[in-house]
Ligand binder design. Structure first.
Ligand code: NDP
Length: 322
């Protein structure tokens, strides 16, 4: 089968399109014929060495397709089921092997492309808004990179929870998309001091929560956006990792909370995974949640997809099609 392989850490050029043997499922695993692969920022962390994988490896943590073979102990899915999953490495490939307990059956009406577009980022947005800091009516949330994959979903889900949402984006085009998703206010953080704007928009009070997926370039000013006892949810590092930090600052800036969540710990049991996925699929089916697939690339063009994602050229979701 064809797959993208990484033999060395580096830029997009290290993503090589190669022939490899199709993987065989173990007793509790299923082999999925991949129809669409979700591209996520975490793929860039692994390719560039910010997160460590054991070389060589097939990158990618999200895909959708059809179950082709199941191991003898698998009960959650059967051959022919249409499924999607996230959180298991190796999805940049024509076939992938996944523990059956991670597979989500796609409801009728949700095709493989939407499935591959929404699982990882949708589960993330769901857990951020419902569990990491459970938003309630009256809260004000600041969502950085609000026109990105996670961003557009998080804005919509935060609005469903009754929060007022302020988004940050880099361009006017992205601002329009964040507004369309429901953001009440949008700040161009490449042109404006976003902390000063947040203070202005909130009458000096600040926000209850900042969902900061940008990291290095936004972290310090994100702390300045928070109301007393507010939550800084540092959920990513698209601009680079945040340097070491003195916890005393949390005291000085208003008894703030800081957390660095990963979706793995918010979907650790099958029950929690299904509960979040059912919400997401249900909202898509009822039209409450819109999924924006902005670009699709053939699998072999994974390097170009990475260039665009890390070059801040994308909105919503990118897919690779084997
Ligand atoms: P996005 O589609 O959001 O792309 C990243 C966006 O970050 C860019 O479009 C850009 O938006 C913004 N950005 C700001 N500064 C930079 C920079 N220096 N370089 C590149 N991008 C920058 O990606 P994803 O939706 O895949 O992921 C969003 C974030 O959420 C990532 O940080 C990711 O790691 C995190 N994440 C965390 C998870 C978890 O479990 N904690 C799970 C899934 C995602 P703009 O141009 O508007 O600034």
């Amino acid at each position: 089968m064809k797959a993208i392989r990484i033999h060395e850490i580096g830029g997009p050029e290290v993503l090589r399109y190669e022939d490899v043997a199709a993987p065989e499922p173990g007793p509790r695993e299923a082999r999925v014929k991949v129809e669409a692969v979700g591209v996520n920022y975490i793929d860039i962390y692994f390719r560039s060495g910010q997160y460590r994988g054991t070389l060589p490896f097939t990158p990618g943590f999200e895909a959708a397709g059809v179950v082709e073979v199941v191991g003898p102990e698998v009960t959650d899915v059967k051959v022919g089921d249409r499924v999607a999953y996230s959180g298991v490495m190796g999805s940049y490939a024509e076939f992938t092997v996944v523990p059956a307990g991670r597979l989500l059956k796609l409801p009728a009406g949700i095709d493989a492309r939407v499935g591959a577009a929404v699982v990882l980022q949708g589960l993330t947005a769901h857990s951020l808004a419902h569990s990491t800091y459970p938003l309630k009516p009256g809260d004000i949330a600041l969502v950085h990179a609000a026109a990105g994959g996670v961003g557009l979903l998080l804005v919509q889900i935060a609005k469903m929870r009754g929060a007022r949402v302020i988004g940050t984006v880099s361009t006017e085009e992205k601002a329009a998309l964040a507004k369309e998703a429901g953001a009440d206010d949008v700040i161009l953080y490449t042109k404006q001091d976003f902390a000063a704007e947040v203070k202005r928009l909130t009458g000096g009070r600040g926000v209850q929560v900042v969902y900061d997926s940008v990291g290095k370039t936004t972290f310090e000013r994100s702390l300045d956006c928070l109301a007393m006892r507010g939550y800084l949810v540092l959920c990513g590092q698209a601009s680079g990792p945040v340097p070491p930090f003195d916890p005393q600052i949390l005291n000085a800036k208003g008894s703030l909370f800081l957390t660095r969540p990963t979706i793995a710990h918010y979907t650790a049991t099958r029950e929690e995974l299904l509960q979040r996925a059912n919400d997401i699929f249900g909202w898509i089916a009822s039209g409450m949640l819109k999924v924006r697939i902005s670009e699709t690339f053939p699998l072999k063009d994974a390097p170009e997809a990475h260039r665009r994602l890390e070059g801040r050229k994308t909105t919503g979701k990118l897919l690779l099609i084997p």
